[in-house]
Design a protein around this ligand. Structure first.
Ligand code: ATP
Ligand code: MG
Length: 562
């Protein structure tokens, strides 16, 4: 085990370590991440990716990327590409081990022929409805299909003709011959192959008109790839006997061990591809990578650092217990990362103009501020100062009590990284709206204030002449209910959509240096939060920033120190 990357233990690590000790699998650890390319990956998948690739990394093993592509009518090459991009962005590498379950279609077909020859599979002509009737219930056993005792020869002939396209969709199935009375319904002669005409598979085109079922395909793909530990979510626990039945019955060379863990549910978010698809298709969000989506691409566009998502997956751990993780845990990982790594900048979101009457017209100067107050290595930045500046409307009041440590008429405040100013005059329009302030600055207050001078408040600002116009999108949770899709009180989880999940501010100003920002860069806008230059919308001189996450409420303390 690699000492540098020791992670807190969990029951899967315990199993692997015991296997290694016992010399099982010749000391190999080989996992896989097996997405179905029918949508974009979400935060739940991130947990599975970190787990599977993380185990391979920590135990000097390998992790394959395998597309589980047995359901061609819902799948698409677009999803294949997006999934690859997301896994790489999260920081993982499958080397030359990118596979498709469809790579094995021919082998899977011959495994099915073998099952038929052994008397372990048969072609069944019952309709879907009849199959449901014959299956029985949790409390009653099922009934044998009248086609269950077909001869091997007849089954081989019918299965070959299914493949050759002689029968219409739904008219026949290949089924495993297990036990219609099994207390585990998954073992009541489950389907192995179904007929699907007229679909163009993204990998195999129109080569096949029969497709293997997931349960059959998955265990065999694992065995073919030499997977040692096949890690999946708890809903597959009841399928494990079937997983093992196929491998034992076919006597495959490898018999991977299936291990289940509980899926990640994140509060105020949705981790179901089907529902995420609805949000996209119904235009509730702007796309799969809308920064409000719990997709990996959405989080990327929102400015979440991949290391912070990995840290989150480590922090929440791996268990078999049902869980629902608080959004605060994710957000706190994002903040911890950005607090340490994001360069600082000043941005005024609701601008109010100030004219500094004692600063000479036409003059400007470059002030210097640290890129990061706690990290000198990140260097300094230059901030132009001039006679006209913008501050945020919220940072001014005509009158206020002592608790309000910002700018008040006839009082002083420090401009962050610059001078102390005093507000002398408030200018209003006909509707009594404040449109401008007249202030004076004290040239002796750059850096530290002179001895004995007490100026409590610090506010941010930008030079009107030099600042760059920007649009700022303030994102909030997409849902205003912690469990939007498990609320039994409502029929449709969409009623829990948060109407204020996006507020767009079109007239913001950011400090001059941000004109050269690269799409995807994340800054701390001092006193405002963390913001990411949008990777799609920052084009041709236009600047759009997405709010990644709000600041922790530490500014109040900083203001007191200021
Ligand atoms: P969804 O229900 O969103 O469609 P899925 O399980 O059908 O998810 P797959 O593409 O089959 O999606 O998932 C690939 C892998 O990711 C599987 O091993 C699955 O168990 C795992 N996975 C999916 N959702 C979660 C989750 N919420 N938490 C942890 N792992 C997950
Ligand atoms: Mg699935």
């Amino acid at each position: 085990m690699n000492e540098e990357t020791i992670k807190p233990g969990n029951f899967i690590r315990n199993i692997i370590e015991a296997d290694l000790k016992a010399g099982k699998n010749d000391g190999r650890v080989h996992t896989r991440f097996p997405p179905e390319p029918n949508g974009y990956l979400h935060i739940g998948h991130a947990k599975s990716i970190c787990l599977n690739f993380g185990l391979a990394r920590d135990y000097n093993g390998l992790c394959n990327l395998r597309f589980d592509d047995t359901n061609p009518h819902k799948e698409d090459e677009e999803f294949v590409d997006a999934i690859k991009e997301d896994v790489q962005w999260l920081g993982f590498d499958w080397g030359d081990r990118q596979f498709f379950a469809s790579d094995y279609f021919e082998r899977l077909y011959y495994y099915a022929v073998q099952l038929i020859k052994q008397g372990d599979a048969y072609v069944c002509d019952l309709s879907a409805e009849e199959i449901r009737e014959y299956r029985g219930t949790l409390t009653e056993p099922g009934k044998n299909s009248p086609y269950r005792d077909r001869s091997v020869e007849e089954n081989l002939d019918l299965f070959a003709r299914m493949r050759a396209g002689e029968f219409p969709d739904g008219s026949k199935l290949l089924r495993a011959k297990i036990d219609m009375a099994s207390p585990n319904i998954n073992l009541r002669d489950p389907a192995i192959y179904r007929i699907r005409h007229g679909v163009i598979h993204h990998q195999t085109g129109s080569e096949w008109c029969i497709y293997p079922m997931y349960d059959y395909t998955h265990c065999l793909s694992d065995a073919i790839e030499g997977i040692t530990h096949s890690i999946c979510t708890l809903e597959f626990e009841d399928h494990r006997p079937l997983y093992d039945w196929f491998l034992e019955t076919l006597k495959t060379e490898n018999h991977p061990q299936q291990i289940e863990f509980s899926r990640l549910n994140l509060q105020y978010a949705i981790t179901s591809k089907r529902k995420l698809t609805q949000l996209v298709e119904q235009g509730v969000v702007e796309g799969w990578d809308d920064p409000r989506m719990s997709t990996i691409s959405g989080m990327r566009r929102r400015g979440y650092p991949p290391a912070a998502i990995r840290e989150f997956c480590d922090r929440i751990g791996v268990t078999k217990a049902d869980n629902s993780v608080e959004m605060e845990i994710l957000e706190s990982c994002i903040r911890d990362d950005l607090n340490e790594n994001a360069p600082r900048a000043m941005a005024v979101l609701n601008p109010l103009k100030i004219v500094i009457t004692n600063y000479p017209e036409g003059q400007s100067e470059d002030l210097t501020a640290p890129v990061h107050p706690q990290n000198e290595n990140m260097g300094t930045r230059s901030i132009p100062f001039s006679r006209e500046i913008y501050i945020d409307k919220d940072d001014f009041r005509e009158s206020a009590n002592k608790k309000y440590k910002r700018l008040v008429k006839d009082k002083e405040v420090r401009l962050r990284n610059a001078y102390v100013i005093r507000c002398d005059e408030v200018i209003k329009d006909n509707n009594d709206e404040i449109i401008e302030l007249r202030c004076t600055y004290d040239p002796a207050t750059l850096g530290a204030a002179p001895e004995g001078r007490k100026v409590k408040g610090v506010i941010h600002w930008v030079s009107a002449e030099h600042a760059v116009k920007a649009e700022v999108r303030l994102y909030d949770r997409l849902f205003n209910h912690p469990h939007p899709d498990s609320d039994k009180e409502v029929e449709d989880y969409m009623v829990h959509l948060n109407p204020r999940s996006l507020r767009t501010l079109t007239h913001c100003y950011v400090e001059a240096g941000l004109a050269k920002t690269v799409p995807g860069a994340v800054y701390q806008f001092e006193r405002e939060g963390y913001f990411c230059a949008d990777s799609e919308l920052c084009r041709e001189g236009k600047l759009v920033f997405n709010r990644t996450v709000t600041l922790r409420d530490t500014w109040a303390k900083m203001e007191q120190k200021g």
